[in-house]
Design a protein around this ligand. Sequence first.
Ligand code: ADP
Ligand code: MG
Length: 323
Amino acid sequence: VRTANKIAAGEVIINPASVIKELLENSIDAQSNTITIEIIKGGKELISITDNGIGIPAKDVKLAFQRHTTSKISKVEDLEKINTLGFRGEALASIAAISKVKMTTREKDQESGVFISIQGGKVVKEQELGCPRGTNIKVEDIFYNTPARYKYLKKDSIESGYIGQIVEKIALSHPEISFRFINNDKQVFHTPGNNDLFSCIYSIFGKNFAHDLIEINYTNDPLRIKGFIGKPGLSRSNRNRQIFYINQRYVQSKILSQALEDAYKGLIMVHKFPVAIFNIELPPEMLDVNVHPAKTQIRFQNESLIYLLTKQALSDRLKTTSL
Ligand code: ADP
Ligand code: MG
């Protein structure tokens, strides 16, 4: 079983950033409205996520760390209409197999919570204790028992860069949740959680960046685009500020980058890559999100339609901007 866990962990857990992505998705699925992320040494020494969500029932805590156990699907039919981020029930098992995990969790109407400590997939302690409502999970010494994989981690600053990018993207896709990100005891950002995308962007990327954005709010059935794009001139030397969501879920999409960049063709740009942060709402049958376990790759049923509609929406918006 331990070997199986370690192998399967390779699918989704490749670095501290992927641990954080899975844990944040769990906190979001648990209906939290404040989430704090702390990392030490690029997440190699410590990743700590604290949420104020629904918590885990005491009797289920151990179970949550077993493979293929999820509270999110009870019937096979549920697979067809998944609206939670996680559903495979693999993340906690995978993470616990390759690190030292400590969790405290309490359901809101329970007097006490549970503390559990797991190392390399083995429960070393479990006890009842008093704790705040919600869940705190600490992941220490990632890959301590798989040195070959530890060796492939990059230096701390690079790993924390990866983490920062994931945390930013998740925070931006949930402006209704207040996220606090702390790196080596220093606060990096703190989003207000007031469900306003603009103030969320402002708190993450700062005033100058936010003020050079134009709002886009476009509907052309069945597609709806909402968010912000950069004024022409606001551009980057890479695509790291091209942030796309489909139905509120972060995705990587060459087609969307292409549509964005083509919409700016002919406009004056300092760098090559326009910035954008927007969500596209689409009927789920127009896409297939489950291409990869990490779920950021996306496939559209009709790529060229999405390309055309998106490019059209953006170039229309750019035309009506007074520059
Ligand atoms: P999945 O998210 O696919 O269900 P995970 O391994 O990520 O699988 O989590 C297993 C289970 O643990 C979840 O189904 C959920 O019931 C519980 N869980 C994990 N993290 C949290 C959290 N932060 N708050 C409440 N429940 C959680
Ligand atoms: Mg999960």
